[in-house]
Design a protein around this ligand. Structure first.
Ligand code: FES
Length: 176
């Protein structure tokens, strides 16, 4: 009898410890599923727009994707002004205009190459072409390069945040 109740007590105690252990390991598993603070912070990329040079393509990174940044020359802006759609694709930060896009071809996702001499992009995979605002000029890409969500903050651009200018681009069908 005494043995039985002792066994009962031991059983309950063991059960309780096992229960706590299970909760502990569930907690540990949940922690490992949650993104690390650094990964959350990596959802945003801040670009200092004063660092870019005209007609020099720079490839940045945002959420693992290549981001093209091309500061426009005065000549490019003049040309873009003749084509409203081109102008609408550009981002004005302080007194300069920039093309900022995801650097993946909208056909099948290859990375197009920039040619500063001709101020255009050529996608070597299937011959698709884009102008200096990354608007498509030759099929098969179905549209211009996509523009990542952005917010203008002084002379900085925060990728991953949705600012008014980006919202307007989405509403006007400039980017998906
Ligand atoms: S992936 Fe660029 S043209 Fe096909």
């Amino acid at each position: 009898m005494e043995n039985n109740s002792r066994r009962g007590f031991m059983g309950k105690a063991f059960g309780a410890v096992a229960g706590i252990g299970a909760i502990g390991s569930l907690y540990a598993m949940k922690k490992s599923w949650d993104p690390l603070p650094s990964v959350k912070a990596a959802g945003f990329t801040t670009l200092d727009m004063s660092a870019y040079e005209e007609n020099v393509l720079v490839t940045e990174k945002w959420r693992g994707k290549p981001i093209f940044v091309l500061k426009q020359t005065a000549d490019m802006i003049e040309k873009a002004k003749k084509n409203t759609k081109d102008m609408e694709r550009l981002i004005k930060v302080e007194d300069s205009y920039y093309m900022v896009t995801i650097g993946l071809c909208t056909h099948l996702g290859c990375i197009p190459g920039y040619r500063p001499e001709t101020e255009d992009f050529l996608c070597a995979c299937h011959g698709g072409m884009y102008d200096f605002t990354a608007e498509v000029t030759k099929a098969p890409p179905p549209r211009g390069l996509d523009i990542p969500p952005f917010k203008i903050a002084g002379n900085k651009l925060v990728l991953g945040e949705v600012g008014e200018e980006y919202k307007a681009m989405k509403e006007n069908g400039i980017t998906l």
